[in-house]
Design a protein around this ligand. Sequence first.
Ligand code: ZN
Ligand code: ZN
Length: 152
Amino acid sequence: MTVHNSDINHSLEPFSGSCLCGSIKFEIHRKYLNAIHCYCGMCRKAHGTAFSTHALATPSQVQWTEGKSLLTGYESSPGAYREFCPVCGTHILVHGQSGDDSLAFPAGTINGNPALTILGHMYTDDLVSWYVINDNLPQHHQWPPGFGSNDD
Ligand SMILES: [Zn+2]
Ligand SMILES: [Zn+2]
């Protein structure tokens, strides 16, 4: 089936999100919001938590509605960037790590209680002993290429 970009999601409410202080706001125009838990040591430091949850989108599904120019980047590994708000420090975007053009939004930046579809776990070799995975979703050693980000 061929889907033309102009046909995608026009009738649907987008998922919306922001940083803590509200200087940066975005919308994700997807029917479903897929997400992956990541246990890598960089996510652990960047978030200060045992794992981060990345909600995935393609660039054409994302609209920055406020403060895009404020985004401040840090290259956490070669070619992989973490963007944050310089006012409140919220980690709001990860890109370049997946081997394609996927954008990953730390799921806690999405407003309300979005119905995320959790697809699995990645970088599970780096999991700390003080957190235990207690579901049967797939576990991956690294970012599964093409995982979670598509046109739906
Ligand atoms: Zn902020
Ligand atoms: Zn990670």
